[in-house]
Ligand binder design. Structure first.
Ligand SMILES: NC(=O)C1=CN([C@@H]2O[C@H](COP(=O)(O)OP(=O)(O)OC[C@H]3O[C@@H](n4cnc5c(N)ncnc54)[C@H](OP(=O)(O)O)[C@@H]3O)[C@@H](O)[C@H]2O)C=CC1
Ligand SMILES: CC(C)(CO)C(=O)C(=O)O
Length: 306
């Protein structure tokens, strides 16, 4: 039986653990102890209580164990490398990793340094935590899995099948870099603005914000072009990006975006993984990005007060 280690017992980590554990050996790994008795609330509002195997990195590293078939890294983007470093001595360097982060920070770095296969997953599943023993699966979505160098198609296919069997609908793809950047574009257009102004996604449609969304998308679209990222839905340039952003704003109108939740909880945001690669790319390509830089500076100032 394939075994899955899930490093980072947060919303996505616990959703994966609840889903995979009936079908495969599954271990949830954190940096602090958590209750084994964990509750999942489904999108339909049903509650499932399960005893999951939950270990700390320290405990796992100090005990003999079988090597896992996959290590899923489900921390926030800025914590992924440090989390892997702590676990690395407990797994063979050939172990396949699966990176679930938004943005494009951890993926290229870990892909460059890890010896074994590095798969990336981009998901529209929605989940949030309710304390140390609960996770709410807020909305079902779809997950795409692939690797940045397109060398592990079979492994991605096997994983996609295992996830789908476990109820996390997934597809293996050969264009995961495109998909990660497309999601990053949407996150860059929505997350910083709603986080800075404390509003739900739908409020971006209002007079006070709509022009700012358009200004962000203009810069993002020029970066996507320079990075050779295809506009969504077979569309053309800026218009296609803007249409996608408005579509996501509409379908998530009532959401408090993840970055807003982080700001409200006084946690560091994923701005480095979302705005960081855009700013770095714009500088490399000599593109003007006053709007994106302004948002990044404003968010940095907010984070500095935490
Ligand atoms: N939630 C969602 O709906 C979605 C999330 N994503 C992406 O998935 C990723 C994870 O998000 P999410 O699950 O919401 O985040 P959470 O903040 O809920 O979970 C992150 C987890 O990582 C743990 N962690 C942090 N550092 C370490 C470490 N060094 N070792 C082990 N564990 C560590 C945290 O533990 P501790 O409690 O100790 O801090 C926490 O349990 C993010 O990149 C996010 O953008 C993508 C799509 C949807
Ligand atoms: C698409 C969006 C903005 C939905 O809220 C999201 O992915 C997030 O909150 O991080």
């Amino acid at each position: 039986m394939n075994s899955h280690w899930i490093l980072g017992p947060g919303a996505i980590g616990r959703l994966l653990a609840h889903s995979l554990s009936p079908l495969a050996d599954t271990t949830l790994i954190g940096r602090r102890a958590l209750p084994e008795r964990q509750t999942l609330t489904t999108p339909e509002g049903k509650q499932h209580v399960k005893r999951l195997i939950v270990l700390t990195v320290t405990k796992l590293a100090s005990e003999p164990h079988k090597s896992p078939a996959y290590v899923h890294i489900t921390t926030k983007a800025m914590a992924a490398e440090a989390a892997l470093e702590n676990l690395a001595s407990a797994i063979p360097p050939s172990t396949p990793l699966v990176l679930w982060q938004n943005g494009f920070l951890a993926q290229p770095r870990i892909n460059q340094t890890w010896t074994g296969p590095v798969l990336c997953a981009t998901t529209t599943e929605g989940a949030y935590l309710t304390g140390d023993d609960g996770v709410v699966h807020a909305g079902r979505g779809h997950t795409y899995v692939g690797d940045l160098n397109n060398q592990h198609g079979e492994l991605a296919e096997t994983l996609a099948q295992a996830l789908t069997q476990a109820g996390i609908a997934a597809t293996a793809v050969d264009d995961i870099r495109q998909r990660l950047w497309q999601k990053l574009a949407v996150n860059a257009a929505i997350n910083p603005l709603v986080a800075l102004h404390g509003v739900r996604n739908g409020e971006l449609r209002g007079d006070g914000y709509a022009d700012r969304v358009v200004a962000v998308v203009k810069e993002v679209a020029s970066i996507m072009f320079a990075e050779d990222i295809q506009p969504p839905n077979n569309g053309q340039g800026e218009e296609a990006w803007l249409a996608l952003v408005w579509q996501v704003v509409e379908s998530t109108a009532n959401n408090k975006a993840s970055m807003l939740q982080d700001v409200e909880a006084k946690r560091l945001t994923e701005r480095g993984a979302i705005l960081g690669p855009l700013i770095e790319s714009a500088e490399r390509h000599g593109l003007g990005i006053v709007v994106l830089k302004g948002l990044d500076d404003e968010l940095a100032a907010v984070e500095a007060r935490f």
